[in-house]
Design a protein around this ligand. Structure first.
Ligand code: ASC
Length: 111
């Protein structure tokens, strides 16, 4: 997700030229993949391999779920914005999506 979201970020922040088709392709990848990782945080997954996932994921699962649902909402908007082919639309959707990423990482991903 970070790889493909980051490519959109580079366009939004003017680090690389805006390429509407590439933005759309990257947003499609993010939108598809954003639905996948959550099964890896279900009951019983807190034990096993070393992880950066913080215990709150399991002890505050409702709050964690709220955050990833928020991410999926924002990612869907980002994907819709990318499909318009308009950089301003993409910019408008990018910030809220980045905030949704960050909000969950701040609380639930160890450094
Ligand atoms: C990224 C990435 C994240 C988010 C976050 C947004 O490109 O890898 O985790 O954006 O930094 O604040």
């Amino acid at each position: 997700m970070g790889q493909h979201f980051g490519r959109i970020g580079a366009m939004v922040n003017g680090k690389i030229p805006f390429d509407a088709k590439a933005a759309q392709q990257n947003a499609d990848v993010v939108a598809s993949v954003a639905g996948l990782p959550w099964a890896g945080f279900g009951p019983g997954t807190e034990k096993g391999a070393p992880t950066k996932a913080k215990p709150g994921i399991w002890t505050e699962h409702a709050k964690f779920t709220e955050k990833w649902e928020k991410l999926q909402t924002e990612v869907a908007k980002l994907d819709a914005a990318a499909k318009t082919g308009n950089l301003d639309n993409l910019k408008a959707a990018f910030g809220p999506t980045a905030n949704a990423c960050k909000s969950c990482h701040d609380d639930y991903r160890a450094r």
